[in-house]
Design a protein around this ligand. Structure first.
Ligand SMILES: [Zn+2]
Length: 187
């Protein structure tokens, strides 16, 4: 005896397919949204990383001045020299002027200027300024900088280099060609 299995109702079939299409469309829309969110997050991350690379503070290990070989010492000095020439001297007036020209030959100056420069970089090369950073900037300039500037001044004015410069000036002012003008003897 033949059994007739009823075929699916074409109407139900179409309804089922339409339902599946609707579900797929919904999933695709969710995936689209997900991809868009991920792209936005990735773009923000890359932007932040590039901005850090361009402007942000990049910590470096403290130079071990007492044992650096010549190339490493020159590299560390070049970094410090660039900061002194481009930031420190042009920006900090009479305090920076207290730094003698022979500072590179004084370990005290190297250690001091190194942390002064690193702290400055932390405080001024950061894209955002929070209240605590503002307070630190004030402390850097009103307390730390003057205290160190005094040390740098003493170190570079009571040294053999300063003494030699003074001797040269004295011998120059004693030169009979300038007529022995006492004004020239003033240091
Ligand atoms: Zn000196």
């Amino acid at each position: 005896m033949a059994v007739t299995i009823p075929g699916p109702d074409p109407g139900d079939l179409i309804t089922g397919i339409m339902l599946q299409i609707a579900q797929h469309a919904e999933r695709l829309a969710l995936l689209d949204q997900h991809v868009a969110d991920l792209t936005a997050r990735l773009t923000a991350l890359i932007g932040a990383r590039n901005s850090d690379r361009d402007e942000g503070y990049r910590p470096v290990p403290a130079p071990q001045w007492w044992k650096l070989g010549e190339p490493e010492r020159e590299e560390a000095l070049a970094r410090l020299r660039a900061w002194v020439d481009q930031i420190y001297r042009p920006s900090y007036g009479h305090l920076a002027a207290a730094l003698g020209p022979c500072w590179e030959q004084h370990p005290l100056c190297l250690f001091g200027l190194d942390w002064l420069m690193e702290l400055w970089s932390v405080l001024y090369l950061t894209p955002e300024r929070q209240p605590h950073a503002l307070a630190s900037q004030a402390e850097w300039q009103t307390r730390l900088l003057p205290a160190l500037a005094e040390q740098l001044y003493l170190e570079t004015t009571r040294c053999q280099h300063a003494q030699r410069t003074q001797d040269r000036r004295l011998s120059h002012s004693a030169d009979p060609r300038d007529g022995g003008n006492p004004a020239h003897r003033r240091l």
